[in-house]
Design a protein. Structure first.
Length: 138
């Protein structure tokens, strides 16, 4: 089975939405096999989102990701990467399909409640960024 890296972002932890978001993952058939609540520094957020370092919103993005606690999780399931992206909805909540996490909870294109890996390569890299093998319990 496939694994993907999820982050419940500061806008969502601030509004106490962690449980509601995890319920969406579980309802879609995804299983949480690792989970921790952490508070990133802006430098750590920058390292995680390094692929976006040339984008105009990079400063805003890393400042936001370091603005409060996040919940990082590894989700496991059949086609977990695509399934998670589907449950998350489009980056901009205005474009997100009804019933998706971003349609229901996201506040803006920047403060959009969740992150999800977008490819098998990214998933492997992002899982290793936050977790050791010992912490993945299927
Ligand atoms: P992630 O799962 O977080 O990677 O989202 P995504 O794959 O749907 O979007 P993308 O990788 O293109 O962008 C990464 C993140 O940067 C988004 O989730 C947003 O939080 C943020 N972002 C993207 N576009 C904008 C923008 O125009 N303004 C701001 N402030 N943030 C943006
Ligand atoms: Mg992305």
């Amino acid at each position: 089975v496939e694994r993907t890296l999820s982050i419940i972002k500061p806008d969502a932890t601030k509004r106490n939405l962690t449980g509601k978001i995890v319920a969406k993952f579980e309802d879609a058939g995804l299983r949480v096999v690792a989970s921790k609540r952490i508070h990133l520094t802006q430098a750590q957020a920058g390292k995680f989102y390094a692929v976006h370092s040339e984008r105009p919103f990079f400063g805003e993005l890393t400042e936001f990701m370091a603005s409060g606690p996040v919940v990082v999780q590894v989700l496991e399931g059949e086609g977990a990467i695509a399934k998670n992206r589907e449950v998350m909805g489009a980056t901009n909540p205005a474009d997100a399909a009804a019933g998706t996490i971003r349609a229901e909870f996201a506040e803006s294109v920047g403060e959009n409640s969740v992150h999800g890996s977008d490819s098998p390569e990214a998933a492997a890299e992002e899982i290793a960024f936050f977790f050791s093998g010992l912490e993945l319990v299927g």
